[in-house]
Write a protein that binds this ligand. Structure first.
Ligand code: NDP
Length: 324
C-alpha cells in the first residue's frame, strides 16, 4: 500500500521530521526553489499537512489543497493556523496539549523567580567581577508579600497556580468564564483584577480575542509594585505600552518568554534592566519537544488509520473524516 503524502510548509524539529519520514511521504515546501509551483503540482495528492511554530496554514493554503482533511500542528498554541476557516471547510486541526503543560509551568516559575528576585541580573553582576567590591543590592520585590493574578487559567495556568500555592503565594484569576474545578477567586474584569494583585501572569492563547488585552489601563491598574509575566503569546501584551510602563517605572518589572514579533525583540526592551527576556523556551526541552512531536505523529497516524484524532482543537470537533 502506498504511503500517504504529507505537506510540510516549514521546518520542524529533527525528531518529528524523522518520525514523519518513517510513516509518510513528506513534501517539504520550504525547501523547494519555487514553492508556489510545487504547491500547485502537489495539491491533487495532499490530504494532510504537518505544521508548527512560524509556518502559517492560512485560508489561501487551505484553499490551495482541495483534498485536505487534517492539519496536525506542533504546539498547543495554533494561532499560525486559521482553524475557523479550516472548520468551515471540514478540515480537522489538531494540536499538542497536555504533554507540555508541566514543562511550561516549570519555565513560568523560573521566569517568575528570575524577575521577582533579579537572578539573571545578579548572575551578570557576579560574572562582571563586582561581588568582591560589594554585595548585590537587596531586591525590592519578593514573592513573600505578593498576590498572583493568572490571566488564562487553563491547563498551563492551573499547573502554574499549583506551583504558586506550594510557594505560599495566593492566586486569583481572570478568564472569560469561571472554572468549575478551582476555588481561586474569579475576576470577570481584568482591570479590576489588576487593581487587586501585584503580579499578572499571562498564559493566554494568541488571536483576535486576546490581542493587546494587557494594555495601558491594565498596566496602570497594576501599579508601580506590579510585575507582568507573559508565557502565553506576545500579542496579548501591548508591547509599546509595556516598554513605556517599564521605562517610566509605572510598573516594577516584566518577565517575558514571548514577544509581539518573534524572533524580533525591540531594542528598547533589550536595554531595560527591569525586564527579563527569554527566547520562547517555555516547552523547549528535548523530553517535552519529543513528546509534542510524537503527538503530531500520533494524530496523523490516527487519521491514516481512519481513527478519531487524539487532540482536535475546539474549532474543529471531530464528527468523522470528511473527504473533500
Ligand atoms: P488552555 O486552552 O487550556 O487555556 C487557555 C485559557 O485562556 C482558558 O482557560 C481560557 O478560558 C482562557 N482564555 C482564552 N481566551 C480568553 C480571553 N479572550 N479572555 C480571557 N481568557 C481567555 O490552553 P493551555 O493552558 O494549554 O495553553 C495556553 C497558551 O499558552 C497556548 O494557547 C499557547 O499560546 C501558550 N503556550 C506558550 C508556550 C511557550 O513556550 N511560551 C508553550 C505552550 C503554550 P475561557 O475560555 O474560559 O476564557
Amino acid at each position: 500500500m502506498s504511503r500517504p503524502e504529507i505537506l510540510m510548509p516549514g521546518r520542524m524539529s529533527d525528531s518529528v521530521e524523522r518520525a514523519l519520514d518513517a510513516q509518510f511521504t513528506v513534501h517539504r515546501l520550504h525547501l523547494r526553489d519555487d514553492p508556489a509551483a510545487a504547491l500547485q503540482a502537489l495539491a491533487p495528492h495532499i490530504r494532510a499537512v504537518a505544521a508548527g511554530g512560524h509556518a502559517k496554514v492560512d485560508a489561501a493554503l487551505i484553499d490551495a489543497l482541495p483534498h485536505l482533511e487534517i492539519v496536525a500542528n506542533f504546539g498547543v498554541g495554533y494561532d499560525n493556523v486559521d482553524a475557523r476557516y479550516a472548520a468551515e471547510k471540514g478540515v480537522i486541526v489538531t494540536n499538542t496539549p497536555d504533554v507540555l503543560t508541566e514543562e511550561v509551568a516549570d519555565t513560568a516559575l523560573g521566569l517568575i523567580l528570575m524577575t521577582v528576585r533579579e537572578f539573571s541580573a545578579a548572575e551578570r553582576y557576579l560574572r562582571a567581577g563586582k561581588w568582591p567590591s560589594a554585595s548585590y543590592p537587596l531586591t525590592k520585590a519578593t514573592l513573600r508579600d505578593r498576590v498572583a493574578g493568572i490571566v488564562g487559567l487553563g491547563r498551563i495556568g492551573k499547573a502554574i497556580a499549583r506551583r504558586l500555592e506550594a510557594f505560599g503565594v495566593p492566586v486569583v484569576y481572570h478568564n472569560r468564564r469561571p472554572q468549575d474545578d478551582v476555588s481561586y477567586r474569579y475576576y470577570g474584569d481584568l482591570v479590576e483584577m489588576a487593581r487587586h494583585v501585584d503580579m499578572l501572569i499571562s498564559v493566554l492563547p494568541g488571536g483576535a480575542s486576546t490581542d493587546k488585552l494587557i494594555n495601558r489601563a491594565v498596566l496602570d491598574a497594576l501599579g508601580p509594585r506590579g510585575i507582568v509575566i507573559n508565557i502565553g503569546r506576545g500579542t496579548v501584551v501591548d508591547e509599546a505600552e509595556l516598554i513605556a510602563a517599564l521605562t517610566e517605572k509605572r510598573i516594577h518589572a516584566a518577565g517575558l518568554d514571548v514577544f509581539e514579533k518573534e524572533p524580533q525583540v525591540p531594542a528598547q526592551l533589550m536595554a531595560l534592566e527591569n525586564a527579563v527576556l527569554l527566547p520562547h523556551v517555555g516547552s523547549a526541552s528535548e523530553h517535552t519537544r519529543d513528546a509534542m512531536g510524537q503527538r503530531v505523529v500520533d494524530n496523523l497516524l490516527a487519521w491514516k488509520d481512519g481513527r478519531p484524532p487524539i487532540s482536535p482543537v475546539t474549532e474543529t470537533p471531530f464528527s468523522g473524516w470528511h473527504k473533500r
